[in-house]
Design a protein around this ligand. Structure first.
Ligand code: GTR
Length: 398
């Protein structure tokens, strides 16, 4: 049974990032040249798996384009990405891209994976169905069109001058324990018989790597400025956005919306979802080594502030929702707070709060590391998006 009682949170000492396993990092120089790669390696070995290489070739093709999308506000493209290996193996994914039509210059771009299929996150009914790489995708049909469009209206994003690109997570790795056989991992080996938990690879790792491949393509897209790329994700895709940002420094800002266990929330609090629950429910998300901490969080030599620290010194947004106790809002706040240990090496204050006390619900705390706890349930909403764009404005207008 998950614990929702703050008084039952076990006592724990949070490991120091900079003193991990005998390190003694005291400067940004030491962190960049030495400490950071140790922590990244730790996360690859014990949590999200190896970071895949680039495929031998990446090509892309515009499969649809409208210059009058969203009532004339936007140019909309659907782009088919093909990843190919010299031995003939290949894997495709479809990407939906919205760009403000009258942008004075190529705008910054938000990249995200989406659930179910990108046809569910836009109310424009003439896009292709997406997420079809999972042959059993129950949402690959016309009935689901637009059903998640309320999570963030592309109109709001392009009206603020930003572009937005999305690929369905199933196109990289179908989100179920036997999804390996239809995943992009098959570019690099034979995963056709694989099920459950692997020692070296994960679904989250593959989704995150997919975000980097999207960025490879956007670097060749003249409509956007890919040097100003921001990665965003909600829930399991919030964990994914953090992992993408940790591995790929081209993501200049990282947004973790309600990422919870395995994302921003400290595991040692054992509040809401735990390592045991998440690895049991989603065996394909984490490597085998992470399973040793099931019901054994006290043995973790690290915690999720380590993951967040890998984003430093770049802007990071961590968000919770007040009713989303499963994701442990306080634990998410504390993850962000304690990542400050690394931000401070760069002369940043991180969250810039003197004490580890979360701001009140619906206070949008904005700093180098931003945090808010929106009232309401587990979701990403236009209210969250407004804040992310405010933070982005702060970054790009300076
Ligand atoms: C839940 C899972 C969470 C979160 C969520 C989601 O079932 O336990 O960790 O990832 O799914 O992605 O919506």
């Amino acid at each position: 049974m998950p614990n929702y009682d703050e008084s039952k949170v076990p006592r724990f000492e949070l490991p120091s990032i900079l003193k991990f396993r005998g390190m003694n990092v005291t400067s940004a120089f030491q962190w960049v040249n030495h400490g950071r790669s140790k922590i990244l390696e730790l996360y690859r070995k014990e949590v999200f798996g190896k970071w895949l290489p680039r495929p031998d070739r990446i090509s892309f093709e515009t499969i649809s384009r409208r210059d009058d999308a969203l009532e004339g506000r936007a140019i909309r493209k659907e782009i088919r990405i093909t990843l190919a290996m010299n031995d003939g193996r290949s894997h495709c994914a479809n990407m939906l891209l919205y760009v403000p039509r009258n942008a004075p210059k190529p705008p910054p771009v938000f990249l995200s994976n989406c659930f179910k299929g990108y046809h569910t996150i836009t109310d424009e009914k003439d896009v292709l169905l997406s997420g079809g790489n999972w042959s059993g995708n129950p949402d690959f049909n016309d009935e689901t069109r637009g059903t998640f469009a309320g999570r963030g209206d592309f109109r709001d994003i392009v009206d603020r001058g930003y572009a937005s690109a999305a690929v369905c997570l199933h196109d990289w790795f179908p989100d179920h324990p036997a999804g390996w056989g239809e995943s992009a991992l098959n570019l690099f080996g034979d995963f056709s018989k694989m099920e459950g938990t692997h020692a070296e690879y994960t679904a989250i790792g593959t989704w995150a790597w997919g975000l980097s491949r999207m960025l490879d393509v956007l670097e060749c897209e003249p409509l956007v400025d890919a040097s100003r790329a921001m990665v965003c994700g909600h829930s399991r895709l919030g964990k994914t956005a953090l992992w993408a940002g940790a591995n790929d420094p081209r993501f200049r800002m990282v947004i973790s919306n309600d990422s919870g266990c395995g994302g921003a929330a400290l595991s040692k609090r054992c509040f809401g979802e735990t390592v045991e629950i998440i690895t049991g429910g989603f065996p394909h998300w984490f490597v085998k080594a992470f399973h040793q901490y099931r019901n054994n969080e006290a043995a973790l030599p690290f915690d999720q502030h380590f993951l967040l620290s890998l984003i430093a010194p770049r802007p990071l947004c961590v968000a919770s929702a007040s009713e989303d106790l499963w994701a442990d809002p306080k634990g998410e706040f504390l993850g962000a707070y304690y990542a400050g240990e690394v931000y401070r090496l760069f002369g940043s204050d991180g969250l810039g709060l003197a004490k580890p006390e979360p701001p009140a619900v619906d206070v949008f705390h904005t700093a180098d590391v931003s945090y808010h706890n929106r009232s309401g349930e587990h979701n990403i909403t236009p209210v969250d998006w407004k804040h992310y764009m405010d933070v982005a404005d702060r970054l790009w207008e300076c």
